[in-house]
Design a binder for this molecule. Structure first.
Ligand SMILES: CC(C)(COP(=O)(O)OP(=O)(O)OC[C@H]1O[C@@H](n2cnc3c(N)ncnc32)[C@H](O)[C@@H]1OP(=O)(O)O)[C@@H](O)C(=O)NCCC(=O)NCCS
Length: 181
């Protein structure tokens, strides 16, 4: 599988079930399942939230493409919160996570966002390395942040990527143009 065979697009309501299953199996395992299909559907429809999926096929192909990765980010005025991001194990280390994240970072820049924040399970070394490679740095360890249905607690690591100096945007600010990259 090469990264070129993958299309990143906005999530649609028909993707909600596949996204929810991936969240349950690859992110929320052992913590209880919060992002079920109805919650994912709300995220897809929320105007302040961006949900993207990574699919095998090109857009417009006749057959429905399998969803092999997804990400959900919530936008505030200056801060964005990367809520969930996962890639199917069969498709990892092929650049899909990176491509989805670049998509979201570019969207955040265009929206004038100053920083992207996220939490991950403290023991999730793969994700920690991934986010470090993507320009995030660790800010704080929060003990007991995650709680499973059985009352088990797990620490969270907060990470941050700065996109611009916080504060009001200069009057001359314009969204970046793709051809400038
Ligand atoms: C973390 C995750 C999203 C990474 O997705 P991915 O598509 O495999 O990542 P990419 O292929 O884009 O990797 C980009 C770079 O990140 C780093 N990286 C990614 N996974 C890594 C790992 N397991 N170990 C070390 N470095 C890793 C590498 O530098 C990699 O570049 P390289 O492959 O050229 O060395 C994926 O492992 C996953 O879905 N994990 C389970 C869900 C999860 O933990 N999500 C994050 C918390 S919400």
């Amino acid at each position: 599988m090469t990264p070129r065979a993958i299309t990143i697009r906005l999530a649609e309501p028909r993707d909600a079930q596949a996204i929810a299953m991936m969240s349950r199996d690859f992110i929320e395992a052992g913590l209880g399942w919060k992002y079920d299909a109805s919650r994912v559907m709300r995220a897809i429809r929320d105007r302040e939230t961006l949900a993207v999926v990574a699919c095998d096929a090109k857009p417009g192909a006749a057959t429905r493409a399998a969803v092999n990765g997804f990400a959900i980010i919530e936008f505030g005025d200056e801060r964005a919160h990367l809520v969930l991001l996962a890639v199917r194990p069969s498709h990892r280390r092929t650049g899909i996570g990176q491509r989805m994240l670049e998509w979201l970072v570019e969207s955040a820049r265009c929206a004038g966002i100053a920083s992207i924040h996220l939490e991950l399970r403290a023991g999730n070394e793969a994700a920690r390395r991934f986010y470090r490679a993507m320009g995030f740095y660790e800010t704080v360890l929060v003990p007991g942040y995650y709680r499973s249905g059985e009352g088990r607690k797990e620490g969270a690591l907060r990470m941050l990527r700065v996109l611009r100096v916080p504060g009001p945007l200069p009057a001359a600010w314009r969204p970046p143009r793709l051809e400038d990259r």
